[in-house]
Design a protein around this ligand. Structure first.
Ligand code: XIL
Length: 407
């Protein structure tokens, strides 16, 4: 995938709006402290929100265009069934290095940290546990930022999904530059998995052990993935065994995109899962990334497809949900498209809730301000639940309503 910079907003523009938002959030917190949160009841319907949208077309006194209200604290959490965690990818690394965020941590931004703490019960480091980040040299691991995220989650009573231990992308150069023997390469992978899983044993609830091992043409990625290239599919079983030996409590997942519906790629995963389980491999779950594009029809039969995996005794998780669409040069989407997006998101929520063992629903980024989509898909964007100012989009409301409808 080619990265391309987005030209939507200047840093200064966004900084001004973020500063304004910080004020809005501070005010909301103050009001909540005085009146008590409107939606704190565990079963309170999502529609109980007390915030009213700013009437469209009006400008605020300082001339800023109107912005939608930010999510009321805990709304999604209160709406969700008690056995479902609602997760979010924590920005940093990857494409964020080409954004105003740079090498900084979004957790240093009080607005971001407050929204993350108040609205989600699970976090996934978006890039900070990937090889290139955590294992920059063969003999050196760097856990500084991952530690910060895990500690943040613990301080806020959130669980952590670890992502990802065996993948073809975002690997450090040394991994392919060095001429390893078979034994050495196996040892490199074993050392990586036992070191990274071991560091967070008992603290990371779920791991994406093998990520995207089948390509779009439903073939094993023997070209792109250095471990599959050398050892074939057998190494996947080893990866699961090493992770399980290191942390027997962590739930271990396969994870991929474009498998939300039954089809050649999803069928391959089903067959692989059956085989791994028959061999006694500690596979516990199937992760459906949920990176949907409105260029394509909404995936059909998602619940039935998820159910095929659940029937094997596996957990099911939606791990990276976003829904991208065509946008104009400023990154803006049409109202009609935003309504269609809401329906795509709602369908993913409904499919998860329809399956008893779907206990984790994660969105890939909280707001369009941080989404990876404009960097990877030319002309597409607006893929997340909140707009660039963290204001509620129809997709957010649809997810809240879907969660509130229960299982
Ligand atoms: C993406 C990140 O969001 C970007 O910041 C990074 O530049 C590239 O990777 N499937 C996955 C995720 O499993 O790890 C990818 O995340 C998105 C697709």
């Amino acid at each position: 995938m080619q990265s391309h910079r987005n030209s939507r907003k200047s840093t200064g523009d966004r900084t001004t709006k973020r500063a304004a938002l910080a004020g809005v959030v501070a005010l909301a917190l103050l009001l909540a402290a005085c009146t008590g949160p409107a939606s704190e009841s565990p079963s309170g319907p999502a529609s109980e929100s007390t915030s009213e949208p700013t009437p469209s077309g009006e400008s605020s006194p300082d001339g800023e265009p109107p912005s939608a209200p930010v999510p009321p604290d805990r709304e999604l959490l209160a709406a969700a069934p008690a056995d479902l965690v609602i997760g979010m990818a924590v920005a940093g690394g990857g494409h964020h290095l080409d954004t105003p965020l740079g090498t900084g941590s979004p957790l240093a931004d009080e607005t971001y940290a407050q929204l993350l703490a108040a609205n989600f019960s699970s976090v996934t480091p978006e890039n900070q546990l990937k090889w290139e980040w955590v294992h920059p040299e063969r003999d050196r691991y760097d856990f500084e930022v991952a530690d910060e995220i895990v500690e943040f989650a613990e301080a806020n009573g959130q669980v952590v999904r670890g992502h990802a231990l065996l993948w073809h992308s975002q690997n450090p150069d040394w991994l392919t530059a060095e001429d390893f023997s078979d034994d050495e390469l196996r040892e490199v992978l074993r050392d990586h998995i036992t070191t990274v899983v071991g560091r967070y044993a008992g603290r990371i609830a779920q791991w994406d052990v093998a990520n995207e091992i089948f390509g779009d043409d439903a073939r094993l990625r023997t070209q792109e993935n250095p471990f599959l290239a050398r050892f074939g599919i057998e190494i996947v079983a080893d990866a699961f065994r090493w992770a399980h030996e290191t942390d027997p409590d962590a739930l271990l997942f396969l994870n991929d995109y474009a498998i939300e519906s039954a089809g050649p790629k999803a069928d391959l995963y089903l067959a692989l899962a059956e085989e791994l389980l028959a061999d006694g491999v500690p596979l516990h779950g199937m992760g459906f990334q949920g990176h949907l594009s409105m260029q394509y029809p909404k995936p059909a039969g998602m619940a039935e497809n998820f159910e095929r995996f659940a029937a094997l005794g596996l957990e099911v998780a939606v791990t990276e949900a976003d829904v991208r669409m065509s946008v104009d040069g400023d990154g803006a989407a049409s109202a009609g498209d935003l309504a269609v997006q809401a329906d795509y998101f709602r369908s993913m929520v409904d499919a998860c809730l329809a399956v008893e063992t779907c206990r984790s629903f994660t969105v890939w980024g909280m707001s369009d301000a941080y989404s990876w989509v404009p960097f990877f898909f030319a002309g597409e964007g607006a893929a997340t639940l909140l707009d660039e100012e963290f204001g509620i989009k129809r997709a957010y409301t649809a997810v809240a309503e879907g969660l509130g409808a229960g299982r």
